[in-house]
Ligand binder design. Structure first.
Ligand code: FDA
Ligand code: NAP
Length: 461
């Protein structure tokens, strides 16, 4: 069995296959390696498949001077293993920047530096990752005998290969990331972009042709792109279409930030519906539709400066949403809905960026025929055990783990980096507990799978 350059091995069934090789599965690769290191008897066979041609973390948003939204200590490993050789500090040490970084007295590296760190860590797993390899389907083994299926098959399409490869795995970690969201009915093209494709699309056009541009949204992506366009196009009018009255700040103050602590996962998971609702009601503004203080102040300062000079080219269209987009040659007409006076307005631009956010990872399509063995809660969402394993009927003996798409069961950190070191460790330990029975449950039951690990007492987190 060939699989995009990996050697066949043993019985031809991998112990763990990771779908996607972003930070989450990179962190899992590290956790699997480090968790086995203390047990020479165990040697799991592991492979990851990544559709990008090389490692890349939101490359199209690697804007100059943008910073991380987590402390450098929330890296791929430190919260699980503070002496990991894959920590951000180990990276700084190896690149001889540790003293300089410390002298900088800043918890938040630039996104460019963190990207370099991630690339450095990913390079350590080159023998286990296939790039240019997209997993297109999961299915039961074609030669499955009677009884629970002990492994699943994955169809992988590798760049340059004439036909898809089939890979077999006892455990699968699905980590395919956020899904860009556009307003309903709006299509992307060479002048209408989502923020996730920003730098690539921007680079394809001649900046001199961009005299009027607009950015939609009031989140971090929108604010960063508005600032970038203001810098990169000094001759252009830049409009920010802001659905709120003005950008709101991301709450990263110490008490609110506790929602990203590893212990908050238990509080959310084992809490009641009221608990979970309270997390979202009080703390959505730690992450969604909010902007870092520094970027807000920078944009306001620019705007004020233009007013003083009577040379306005940065425009804020507040309480305004985009209803529709029409393309007329190279001109894009944006149909706006103002909540100020209800009067419909139009704006003509040469390029339009939708920084309108993302939908959470949704594994249903990828699971394909396996999805009918995965149990759902009363709201129709996948039931996920505390160790991030999908709860299945007894027909599946293999483990399917989710890294992402678990906001409903595990809370706010599901799509973020904050908890990936600990989460990956929990998944690695679950995989290593070879005798763990597959979580199974009553298809009618709702809520998280409370039959699995009991909450830790508060003092032991
Ligand atoms: P991620 O999306 O990074 O990786 C998924 C990978 O799977 C991708 O490489 C993709 O190509 C691959 N893939 C998808 N489908 C596949 C398939 N079928 N087969 C093979 N490969 C497939 N969070 C935070 O805590 N702090 C921060 O500072 C930031 N900063 C930030 C900046 C920007 C611009 C965005 C958009 C988001 C953030 N985030 C964040 C949140 C973000 O979700 C998080 O940083 C990580 O990207 C999560 O890592 P994952 O590996 O889960 O997904
Ligand atoms: P987001 O926070 O979900 O913001 C999307 C914005 O688009 C919201 O303000 C939303 O308004 C608005 N919107 C949606 N539809 C609209 C419409 N039709 N018209 C006008 N506005 C509309 O998305 P994001 O900014 O991309 O952030 C996503 C994640 O990436 C977050 O975790 C963020 O922290 C992260 N991120 C991090 C960095 C960094 O690390 N430096 C940079 C960028 C992003 P409503 O809320 O009213 O719908």
């Amino acid at each position: 069995m060939g699989n995009c350059g990996h050697e066949s091995h043993g019985d031809g069934i991998y112990d763990v296959v990771g779908i996607g090789f972003g930070p989450s599965n990179l962190s899992l690769a590290i956790a699997l390696e480090e968790c086995q290191a203390g047990d020479p008897a165990r040697s799991l066979s592991v492979a990851f498949f990544e559709r990008q041609p090389e490692f890349g973390w939101h490359r199209n948003m690697l804007l100059p001077d943008t910073t991380m939204q987590i402390s450098f200590l929330k890296d791929l490993a430190t919260f699980r293993n503070p002496v990991s050789r894959y920590s951000f500090v180990a990276y700084l040490h190896e690149t001889r920047r540790l003293s300089q970084f410390v002298n900088n007295q800043d918890f938040f590296p630039t996104r460019q530096e963190f990207h370099q760190y991630l690339e450095w860590a990913a390079a350590g797993f080159a023998d286990r990752v296939s790039y240019g390899a997209e997993v297109t389907a999961l299915r039961l083994p074609r030669d499955a005998g009677p009884g629970p299926a002990p492994y699943v098959e994955l169809e992988v399409r590798c760049v340059g290969a004439a036909a898809p490869t089939v890979v077999r795995a006892r455990n699968v970690a699905v980590s395919t990331g956020l899904v860009p969201r556009m307003p309903e009915g709006v299509a992307r093209d060479e002048r209408v972009w989502h923020s996730s494709e920003f730098l690539e699309r921007f680079g394809r056009l001649n900046p001199d042709d961009l005299k009027n541009v607009a950015v939609v949204g009031a989140g971090q992506s929108a604010a960063e792109i508005a600032r970038f366009l203001h810098d990169a196009l000094p001759h252009a009018q830049v409009s920010a279409i802001v659905p709120s009255y003005g950008y709101s700040v991301a709450d990263d103050t110490p008490f609110a930030n506790q929602v990203f602590d590893p212990g908050a996962v238990n509080d959310y998971y084992f809490g009641s519906d009221r608990t979970r609702e309270a997390f979202w009601r009080y703390h959505r503004n730690t992450n969604y539709s909010v902007v870092d203080d520094e970027v807000i102040r920078d944009l306001h300062r620019r705007s004020y400066d233009e007013t003083v000079r009577n040379a306005r080219r940065l425009h804020f269209l507040n309480l305004t949403r985009v209803n529709d987009v029409q393309r007329l040659g190279n001109v894009t007409r944006v149909l706006l809905d103002s909540l100020l006076d209800g009067v419909p307005r139009e704006l003509e631009v040469d390029a339009l960026v939708f920084a309108t956010g993302y939908d959470a990872m949704e594994p249903t399509a990828l699971l394909g025929e396996l999805d009918r063995y995965c149990l759902r809660d009363a709201s129709g969402r996948h039931r996920v055990a505390r160790e991030y394993r999908l709860v299945t009927t007894p027909d599946l003996a293999c483990g399917i783990y989710l890294q992402g798409g678990t906001e409903h069961s595990h809370g706010l950190t599901s799509s973020l980096l904050s908890n990936i070191a600990v989460r990956s460790g929990e998944i690695a330990q679950s995989v290593l507990r070879a005798d763990t029975p597959a979580p199974s449950g009553d298809p009618g039951a709702g809520g998280p799978d409370t039959a699995h690990p009991a909450p830790l007492p508060h003092g032991s987190r």
